[in-house]
Design a protein around this ligand. Structure first.
Ligand code: PLP
Length: 272
């Protein structure tokens, strides 16, 4: 079970494993969060795994402790594992707290597969290193596949990872205040554009504005935006939400200002 909007690789990963992705659409009005009722009604005797990603790519949504607990309780009760993708754990704003689905009890811990990586909070994106924590039989099965597919991570990347995990995290304070400044600026500018609505992100470094009022598919909208204004945004359809586009604020304030000026001009030209 995958709540949409989702990180675009999840459905493909599920298919690669020979399983069937069951997509549950969430709403902007509910901050793109799956509700306990939605999860319950999607679970069948065939359900194996619930994929949770908080903070979320593409929406920037962060579930509260109570919300995660409610979802985790249902999974525990129904015998469904949770794969909790916590790769944006360190990137949260406005005093928001990241809570892991594994943290509530030893039963929750044993029912959770945490996936994580070094790309986001440590800028080690090109180093291709991630990690997971899972019940031993699952970790062993994953290891068996991994060792014959991607083999082993490079030794220098492993040393870098140790430094990242055990070293000072001072950079994060600087990053978080800068990301938050860019996020608030971009969010305000987006909502000032007639025809666009956008909820503010609580984590990660994306905003997911709704562009459906312009009457274009997200692919067509992004293609025209690129063609006419040289601004790259990702069509929401890739994340299972054709009414939105994804923008990233992991770039300079100058670029964000320029990009939003151009997006604004583009939207005005569509409204004429
Ligand atoms: C939610 C989420 N999970 C996992 C990844 C994978 O990151 P990487 O392959 O860089 O470790 C990404 C990257 O964008 C992501 O957004």
């Amino acid at each position: 079970i995958i709540p949409a909007p989702y990180w675009l690789s999840y459905p493909e990963m599920v298919k690669l494993a020979g399983a069937t992705p069951v997509i549950v659409k969430t709403t902007e009005a509910n901050e793109f969060k799956i509700t306990p009722d939605q999860l319950l009604s999607a679970i069948t005797p065939k359900t194996k795994l619930f994929i949770l990603n908080s903070p979320s790519n593409p929406t920037g949504t962060v579930y509260t402790k109570e919300e995660i607990k409610a979802l985790a309780d249902i999974c525990l009760d129904k015998g469904v594992f949770i794969m909790s993708d916590e790769i944006y754990e360190k990137l949260v704003y406005d005093g928001t707290e990241h809570v892991s689905a594994a943290s509530f009890s030893s039963d929750h811990y044993s029912n959770t597969i945490i996936v994580h990586g070094f790309s986001k909070a440590y800028s080690m994106t090109g180093w291709r290193l991630g990690f997971l924590a899972a019940p031993e039989p699952i970790a062993k099965a994953i290891d068996a596949i991994q060792s014959h597919s991607t083999s082993n991570p490079t030794s220098f990347a492993q040393r870098g990872a140790i430094a990242a995990l055990t070293g000072p995290h001072d950079h994060l304070n600087v990053w978080l205040s800068e990301f938050s400044r860019r996020r608030n600026y971009a969010w305000r500018r987006l909502n000032e554009i007639p025809g666009i609505t956008c909820i503010n992100a609580k984590g990660a470094f994306y905003l997911f504005p709704n562009i459906s009022s312009f009457g274009l598919s997200s692919t067509e909208f992004c293609a025209q935006l690129l063609e006419k204004e040289l601004v790259a945004a990702v069509p929401g359809i890739a994340f299972g939400a054709d009414e939105c586009i994804r923008i990233s604020y992991a770039t300079s304030m100058e670029n964000i200002e320029k990009g939003l000026d151009r997006l604004e001009r583009f939207c005005k030209s569509l409204s004429k």
